[in-house]
Design a protein around this ligand. Structure first.
Ligand code: BTN
Length: 281
């Protein structure tokens, strides 16, 4: 049994993480809502955002009964093992800039988890976090689901973060067991989820402050450094009417991925769907 999550423990962990880090921001986590069990922290945060909750609120749960991933997938959310949390933001930005905040969350979470697991956490576009797990290659450690409400400008944005924290290999369901890992597996010991959450929330706060001061450039630069397979990688793109194959050709300025179709000469901009690596033989 891992350390229980709790609002006060999490607050203390955030304060500690702030004193150690570079940032002095204190927006994210100014209100924390903790649930023992909930359908989805993203759904709860969306309700709160729609009823006027100020930005910076965090919803965190020990268990989700309907945890959601990207592309309508289920997010395995077993009680007490993982971290399931969602942050409400209200950036002053045009609607079409929404994807940048998913990248911001990926960059912040990758840096936080890298410190926690003392490994190199990389980002698979747009926001899967992967880490080398011994000889088993790169495996998924965390995922991010950013959802926005917008008219011509963003009204609110919820950023859901799911991290595999204290899972052993036997805790993953069969369908993801070959692709998933956890902080515990990488570090070799169980971790306090309050400390992991605090590390991520502080990093998010710092990156969000940086975006307000300097705009998107530092996020795109950091994403290019932490991203994998952004260039020259044969991939299969799914999610549109027909899957197709091509070669990655870098990150566009709005955070989309450029992919040049096989036999084509110009990249196509991919904004949604899945970009799956094709293993060349
Ligand atoms: C993905 O990799 O497909 C994204 C997974 C996002 C999961 C998190 S867990 C907390 C939040 N609540 C949800 O229902 N989903 C996100």
């Amino acid at each position: 049994m891992s350390e229980p999550l709790g609002v006060e423990t999490l607050r203390e962990a955030i304060a500690l993480s702030r004193t150690r880090g570079a940032g002095s921001a204190a927006l994210i986590g100014r209100r924390i809502e903790h649930h023992r069990s909930i359908d989805s922290t993203n759904d709860r945060a969306r309700q709160l955002a729609a009823s006027g909750e100020p930005e910076g609120c965090v919803v965190v749960a020990d268990e989700q009964t309907k945890g959601r991933g990207r592309s309508l997938r289920h997010w395995h959310s077993a009680p007490d093992l993982g971290l399931y949390m969602t942050v409400i933001l209200r950036p002053d930005a045009p609607a079409e800039r929404a994807p940048i905040f998913g990248l911001l969350a990926a960059v912040a979470t990758a840096s936080a988890l890298g410190r926690v697991c003392r490994g190199e956490v990389r980002i698979k576009w747009p926001n899967d976090l992967v880490v080398a797990d011994d000889s088993r290659g790169k495996r998924k450690l965390a995922g991010i689901l950013a959802e926005a409400r917008a008219s011509d400008r963003l009204r609110d944005l919820v950023i859901g973060i799911g991290v595999n924290v204290n899972h052993t290999a036997a805790d993953f369901p069969e369908e993801i067991a070959g692709r998933a890992t956890s902080l515990r597996i990488v570090r070799g010991c169980p971790l306090d989820r309050n400390l992991v959450a605090a590390e991520i929330l502080t990093a998010l706060d710092d990156w969000y402050t940086l975006w307000r001061r300097q705009g998107e450039r530092p996020i795109l630069d950091a994403f290019r450094l932490a991203g994998i397979d952004l260039e020259g990688r044969r991939v299969r793109v799914t999610g549109g009417p027909e899957p197709w194959e091509g070669t990655t050709a870098g990150l566009a300025e709005d955070g989309a991925l450029r992919v040049t179709p096989l036999g084509g000469s110009h990249p196509v901009v991919v904004r949604y769907g899945e970009v799956l690596r094709v293993e060349e033989t």
